[in-house]
Design a protein around this ligand. Structure first.
Ligand SMILES: *Cc1c(COP(=O)(O)O)cnc(C)c1O
Length: 406
């Protein structure tokens, strides 16, 4: 079957791409290939297979050892490439494996890294704590101000520029195209790595806006069911990707397990339906919260009151399932989270079909430097809500009854 990508819609691609009927058993679904290694009858057969060991074209992959390539994982990588809309992907054991590798692999000696000040907490620890130990230094900037960013880029000392949008936890948005244009204008060799986890590939396509490497935590929306960790690096540069595959899998060993690849492959088939429902629910929940008298502030990229609504409108559609809101003070937040909610669960995760709430100041961002907390609006009274696929009136009723008790 020769599938013309543009001919098929995203939901069709999510169902059919990447997998093929197993020739020996006729199994329609990709099995979990729980085998560390792959055996060949003769050296002749081995050499023939070796031509495609790290195949530039992953459709032609051959397999030797699962750390480097595995058929279940490969099916996931092909489906992801089809959904993200890029030439190739490499999957990893977690989102952090994808992010740390994408930054390190693009780094060049005697240069620096430039990162946005509003980042996923562990990405922030990586650039602030781990990279300096390797002698790599990183500058932070508020990427909302393009004039300041331009001045910094004129110094031409960065090999990697990393950011995310909407950013964790407040859904702060940045103009992806404008930032990529500026970066590449000052240095065509500088690589932009971009964490698209919060939006998901359904809501936002950063590679089309100038990003060089799009990364995701597949543990979140890509899998969607909160039962497997994984990550992905996506790009249109297949030669670099195949070099990265060799370094990442064979040398660093950041490969996913075939079981997790299977779970994520399965979750991915419904991503279009899930994100549609989650975005619809999140908009309704955001509107409800905005009207509620005990809620002092709501951040949702799809609300006209969002500080970067215009930017979000340009680059997102729909607006995703993540939102944040503030109550009057931290006592109210603690009170709400103390056994008041019945459907929405208190947990540090997101992108799950189940609605999850957390308190960034005390939970995910507890050890973030105080100045960065202030700069990125991580206040004591802020809550982050990842809206699930439950019936929206049940989510809203849960918040309503919870808020009425505080
Ligand atoms: C969860 C998350 C990560 C890290 O992913 P893991 O799979 O947990 O390693 C990175 N970035 C963002 C925005 C995330 O939400």
């Amino acid at each position: 079957m020769n599938l013309n990508e543009s001919k098929f819609g995203i939901n069709t691609r999510a169902v059919i791409r990447g997998e093929k009927v197993d020739v020996s058993t006729h199994a329609l679904k990709t099995p979990i290939y729980a085998s560390n290694t792959f055996s060949y009858l003769s050296m002749e057969e081995f050499f023939e297979a070796a031509v495609n060991a790290y195949g530039i074209d992953p459709k032609e992959f051959t397999y030797f050892y699962t750390r480097t390539a595995n058929p279940t994982t490969n099916a996931l990588e092909l489906k992801l490439a089809s959904i993200i809309g890029c030439r190739g992907t490499i999957t990893t054991s977690s989102g952090m494996a994808a992010i740390t590798f994408a930054i390190l692999a693009n780094y060049k000696p005697k240069t620096k890294i430039l990162a946005s000040d509003s980042l996923y907490r562990s990405t922030n620890s990586f650039v602030m704590e781990i990279l300096p130990k390797l002698g790599i230094s990183c500058d932070y900037l508020d990427f909302r101000d393009l004039n300041v960013l331009e001045k910094q880029l004129q110094k031409n000392m960065y090999s990697v520029v990393h950011f995310e949008s909407p950013a964790n936890p407040t859904t702060r948005c940045y103009d992806i195209r404008a930032i990529c244009d500026l970066v590449h204008e000052y240095n065509a060799e500088t690589m932009v790595t971009f964490d698209n986890t919060f939006a998901s590939p359904i809501c936002q396509q950063p590679l089309k806006l100038g990003v060089d490497f799009e990364v995701h935590s597949s543990s979140k929306y890509i899998n969607g069911h909160g039962d497997a960790l994984g990550g992905v690096i996506a790009s249109n540069n297949n030669e670099t990707l195949s070099e990265f595959r060799r370094q990442l899998g064979e040398t660093l060993g950041q490969t996913p397990s075939p079981l997790n690849s299977y779970l994520i492959l399965r979750g991915l088939k419904t991503i279009g339906l899930r994100i549609k429902q989650q975005s619809k629910n999140a908009l309704a929940v955001a509107k409800f919260l905005e009207e509620h008298k005990k809620v002092t502030r709501v951040y949702y990229p799809g609300l006209p009151s969002h500080p970067q609504f215009k930017i979000a409108q340009k680059q997102m559609n729909p607006f995703g399932g993540m939102l944040a809101f503030e109550l009057e003070n931290d006592d109210k937040v603690r009170d709400l989270l103390n056994n008041k909610l019945q459907i929405i669960r208190l947990a540090m995760d997101l992108g799950d079909i189940q609605s999850l709430i957390e308190w960034p100041y005390i939970m995910t961002h507890y050890d973030l430097e105080y100045e960065l907390k202030v700069a990125t609006d991580v206040t004591e009274m802020l809550l982050r809500l990842s809206v699930g696929i439950e019936d929206v009136h049940d989510i809203i009723n849960d918040l309503e009854q919870g808020l009425s008790q505080i």
